[in-house]
Design a protein around this ligand. Sequence first.
Ligand code: GN1
Ligand code: MG
Length: 370
Amino acid sequence: MSEVNGNSLEKLISQFQIVAEFVEGHAWLKGHINDTYVITCQQGGSPIRYILQRINHDVFHQPAVVMQNVKATTDHLRKKISEESSVDLTRRTMTLVPTRGGAPYYQDIKGNYWRTYVFIERVNSSHVAEKPEQAEQVGRAFGLFQKRLADLPTEKIQETIPQFHNGALRFKALEKAINEDIQGRAAKIQNEIDFCNNHKDIIHTFASAIGEGKLPIRITHNDTKIDNVLLDNKSGEVMCIVDLDTVMPGLIHYDFGDMVRTLTSPADEDDRNLKNVTLRMDFFEALSKGYLSEANSFLNKTEKDYLAVSGKVITFQLGLRFLSDHLNGDLYFRAHRDGHNLDRARVQFKLVEKMIENEAAMKSLISSIV
Ligand code: GN1
Ligand code: MG
């Protein structure tokens, strides 16, 4: 592949401060939103790889602000991590490559925003946790991530997608999609629509605690799915947390909830066989222990009380989002097959059911840990 959006990959990468010579580039089908390419360059006979990304500006309306956030976050994390140890620093945090002019992104003539990171080598990531220990590690890594960002001045981080986790607005968006039904798909998904209506209460889970000022706003990652954690190929230890686009002020429950969603179920996010969707309590326990080993010290009591229900909130919300997008014609989440977003929504709703079934058990487990 050499051309994307009317640009050559070679030309695009040459906008950044890279002295190595371009060898090749190809698309990397990761993530549902941005377009990602792996670029190989060569310097003195050795290959060096980079990640080149086009930020989806239909989703992120202010890519420049996203990049300000990413810059502030990576600078802060790099400082923190280097104070702890200097071993393997370039694999433990993302490294942005500035443009030749020193900016964190390059804008092409069509108005697309591009950015480049150093590729992190000798790591892997997965969609599903295979062992409870993995859930524990990921939980600890995000606890530590929040902890490290706790002293990043909040004014340095702006809200790049306003109301990103506002369940009431997500529900309204679904109602609008049902009413407009522009693709004529609503009649076929009455079961899913009924599920949403019957579980509408979930969107108010945090409302009273927020109203009473008991859930503080912190800087959170907001997309803590297991895919966004890179593990070392050899040791299996967490090397780096990626996808910093949604690092924003938020509730820690958005992060914990998305970990419950992606670490406890053995099914893929888009599994067509709903029988595969279960909630593995041993994974939940491992995740909670890992997360709280870092977060117990800075969370308040109410925050801890709400951990056990956060999976349900986030998973329901994402189900609403997938279902809305299915109705709207798959405009937001990239779909790779017909009905892809519907499949994704169904998995989320099945998981919500499992979370409700296991709610009491999750609550008592959390209280026994804290
Ligand atoms: C999207 O693009 P990706 O895969 O990093 C989405 C998240 C969802 C996730 C579900 C900006 O993330 O909110 O939880 O898909 N990101 C945005 O896999 O909407
Ligand atoms: Mg993301």
